[in-house]
Write a protein of this length. Sequence first.
Length: 932
Amino acid sequence: MDKFSFLNASHAQLIDDLYQQYLTFPDSVEPSWKSFFQGFDFALENYSDEITSENNTPSNYVAQNFTSGEMPEDIRKEFLVINLIEAYRSRGHLFTKTNPVRERRHYYPNLDIENFGLNSSDLQKVFNCATETGMSKPATLQELINHLEKIYCDSIGLEYMHIHNVEEKQYIRDWIQINDNHADLSNAEKVEILKKLNQAVAFENYLHTKFVGQKRFSLEGNESLIPALDQLISRASKLGVNEVVLGMAHRGRLNVLTNIFQKSSKQIFSEFEGKEFEEDVFSGDVKYHLGASKKITTESGEEVRINLTPNPSHLETVAALVEGICRAKVDNDFKGDFSQVLPIIIHGDGAIAGQGIVYEVAQMMNLDGYKTGGTVHIVVNNQVSFTTNYLDARSSTYCTDIAKVTDSPVMHVNADDVEAVVHAVRFAADFRSQFGKDVYIDLLGYRKYGHNEGDEPRFTQPQLYNLISKHPNPREIYKNKLIENKTLSTEVLDKMENEFKSLLDENFDASKQIERNTMDVFMEEDWKDFPMDKPGDVLKVYNTKFNIEELKKLAREIATLPEDKKFIRKISRLFENRLKQVETDTLDWAQGELLAYATLLVEGNNIRISGEDVERGTFSHRHAVVKTEDAEEEYVPLKHVTEKQRFDIFNSFLSEYAVLGFDYGYAMVSPKTLTIWEAQFGDFVNGAQIIIDQYLVAAEDKWKSQNGLVMLLPHGSEGQGAEHSSARLERFLTLAANENIIVANCTTPANYFHLLRRQQKFPFRKPLVVMTPKSLLRHPKVVSTFEEMANGEFQPILDDASSNVNKVEKLVFCTGKIYYDLLAKKEEINDEKVALVRIEQLYPLQMNHIEEILEKYKNRKEFIWAQEEPENMGAWSFMLRHFRDQNIQVISPIASGSPAPGSHKKFEIMQNDIINRVFSTSDAPTKKPLTA
Ligand SMILES: Cc1ncc(C[n+]2csc(CCOP(=O)(O)OP(=O)(O)O)c2C)c(N)n1
Ligand SMILES: [Mg+2]
C-alpha cells in the first residue's frame, strides 16, 4: 500500500494546522504526518524549482501531488526514505544483534527496503534526508542504511519512540547519533574495562574449581555486568552523584561484592567454608543475601559511597527498599538534591517480568512522597528463569516492558559486547542525570550453568545448553578483539590475568586462617549513636514526659488555623472543637497522636508519615493537612511548630507491598526520623506480608539491621463485615521472638502519646506494630488529660483501678477496644466480681507486672482472656502460650475462617454473647458459644 495514502482523505485546513504544530514540536505529530512534513521541508529546501505558488503550503502540495498522483519521483522517494528512517527508530530494536547465543524471534514486516516501496536500484541514489539522522551531508541510500544499522541494529537495540516528551526524545536521538551509537574509548579505558571483565570471569572460574558444586549463582554469561557497574558508578559520580544504593538478587552477587564493593575474596572464600559468625546471638544469613557499604574512589578520582542493600530470597522485594533508602538519604543528607544519590536496581529477566512489586515501584517515579530522581534498572537477562524459558515467563515482547509505564528509555544490549554494554550504562547515567527519570538496560546474555551450580540445565534446555557449552566467555571475546586491533599485546594480557589469579590464590590460602566470619553491617555509620539493644532493654521505662505548659502551648498552636485563610465550615468547627478539648482538658485520640508528633519535632526529631489517605486520615480524625476553601492551598499545622525539623506526610498511591518496603527502607537509614506507615484498614497489611516476614521481624537476626518503623493498623470488629475488622494481630504475635518487634494496642490517647514518643526515646531502634482504633477515635471515654501526657509514661499493662481487689473472682485480661464494651457492662450491672486488665503492649509482655497482678487478685476463681476475634485469631494462642500453667481460659467467638461475621446484626449478637459470658456467674454459656 502507498505509504502516503492517508493524505488523499485529508482536509486542507487540518494539514496546515498540523504543519504549524509540527514546526513547533516535530515529535508531537503522528509519525506518518511527521514523515510527510519532513519530506515537504526537504522539498522546500532542496527542490525549490519544483515548488510553485500553488504548492508552497503542505495542503496545496498534497492537493497537487498526492491527489493527482503526479509527485516528482525524486521527491516521492525522499518521502519513502524518511519512512524507512522512522521505521529504524521505532522498530530497529526488533532486528538487532543483541542475542549472544541464539537467533532472535522473527518480526514482520522487517526493515527490507522493499517493504518501504524502495528497491536495490535506489541504493546508490543520494538522499537529502540522510542529514536528518546526524549524517553530515546527503548520502546514498546504502550509506544511510549502514549508518542506521549501526545506530539501531547492532549490539544495542533502543526503545524510545514510546516516550511522549519531545525534549527527551530529541535528547536521546542526539545522544545515539554521536559516533553511530558506539563507544568511543581511549586505550586506557579499554584496558580498564578488560581489567574488570577479567576480574569477573576469573573470580567465577576460581570459585568453580575450588568449591565444586556449591551454590554461588554464578554470573557467567553476563560477566560484563561488572565493568558495566564500574563504569556506571564512575560516570554517575562525574555527574555529581555522591552516594549509590544498589539492590540486587542472588545472581552474580558475590562477584559484585568482591569486584565492586571490594569485599575481600578471602572473606568470601571463608564464608564458603560455612564457618560460624563471630557473634552467636545472630542467626546470620546466606552469603549471597548480605549487604555492604563502602567508600570508594573511582578510576577518575571521584569519591563515592556505595551501598548494597541486604535482601531476602523474595525477588524484587529489595527494589522498594532501595527507593526508600535513597529518598531518606536525599532528605537527610543531601538537602533534597536528587542528583546526588543514585538508586540502581539489578533484576533477573524472570523476576522483572513476573513480580507485581516491579510495577508498584515503577509507579513511584514521579510521586512527591516517593520519588528519587530516577532509577537505573539493569536486567541480568540470562533468558531463563530457574528452568522456565522466556516464552513461558511473560506475554510481553521484552522483559523490560514495564519501562513503558514511566515513559522510560530501554537499551537492550548484547552482554558479549562489553564496549556496547559500557556505552549503554553511560547513556543511562547521562539520561538519568538530565531528566531525573528511570532508565532500563537489558543486559542480554546467557546462563552458563544451571540455576545454581548443582543443577542440570540440560534437563530442560538441552539444545540451548549445547550452544552455550561451546560459547567463548566475554573476556576471551574482548581480549581477542583488543589483540586483533593491536590495542594490547598478549603479554600484557597474560600478565593481567596472572596477577589477578595470584591474588585469588593468596586470599584463598589466607581464608583458611579465619576462624569465624564477621558480618558486614549495612550503613554502619548512620547507626553509630544507636547501639543495639540487649535482652530486656525494650521493657525498661524511658522518659517520655514533656513540660506541661509547653505542651498546652503546642496544643493550642496546632489546633489554631491561620486567620487570613478560609476553610470549609466543617474544618473550622473541627479545629474549634480541638481548641475546646484543650481548654476542657479532654484530649481525644487525634490530639494524643498530633501532640506526640509536635513534641518530638520540637525535641529535634523529623517525622515522616505515609500511607493511603493519611493526610486527612481514613476515619477523618487526623486532618494533619487541611485545604483552603477557594484555592485548595494546603495548611499543615505541624509544619509550623519548628523551622528546624521536617514534618512530612504523604498520601501514598494505592499500594501496600512497595510502600511499606519503601518506608521500611526509609527508616533503615533514618534513626532520627520517626517513620510511620499506616494501613487504610489493618486488613490490607497482608498485601505487604513479604516485607514483614523477611525484613521487619527478621532483619536484626539476619543482618544486625535495626529499624524503628511504626506501623499503624486499624483493627477491631465493629460490624463492618469480614473485611475491615482485623489487622491479623495473631500473625504479628506468632512472628515475635527475642524482642524483635513491639506489638501494642492502646486504649487511651495518653498511652498512645507515650508509645509514639518512646519510639524516639529508645537508645536503639525497634519496629513498632500498633493495632489502632476506629470507633474509639470518637468514644467519649477515650480521652486523656494534659497531666497524663506531660507527666505520665507508657504503661504496658493497665490494671483495673476501680476494682475492689478482695471481691474479684474473675480476672479478665483483654486488649484494645473490647475493654470499653466490657467496661460499659461492668458499670451497667455494677459487677464487683470482675476485674478488667488491659494489655496495652502485647509484645514483649511485661511479665513482672503481670505476675504482680496475678498475685494481687488472690481470691480469683477464674482467669479469663476475653477477645472479640475468633478463637483461632487475636492474641489468645499467644496468651495461652504464656499462661498455660495459670489455667487461663478464653471467651471469644469460636474458631472461624474469616475474622468477623458478615452482617452487623450477627456481629452484635456475637459481641453481646462474649460480654454476657464474661459477666455470667454460670459457666454454661462459655461451653456453648455462638458460631460465626
Ligand atoms: C518471589 C519469589 N518467588 C520464587 C522464587 C524462587 N526463585 C529463585 S530464583 C528464581 C528464578 C529467577 O529467575 P530470574 O529472575 O530470571 O533470575 P536468574 O536466576 O535467572 O538470574 C526463582 C523462581 C524467589 N526467589 N522469589
Ligand atoms: Mg534469568
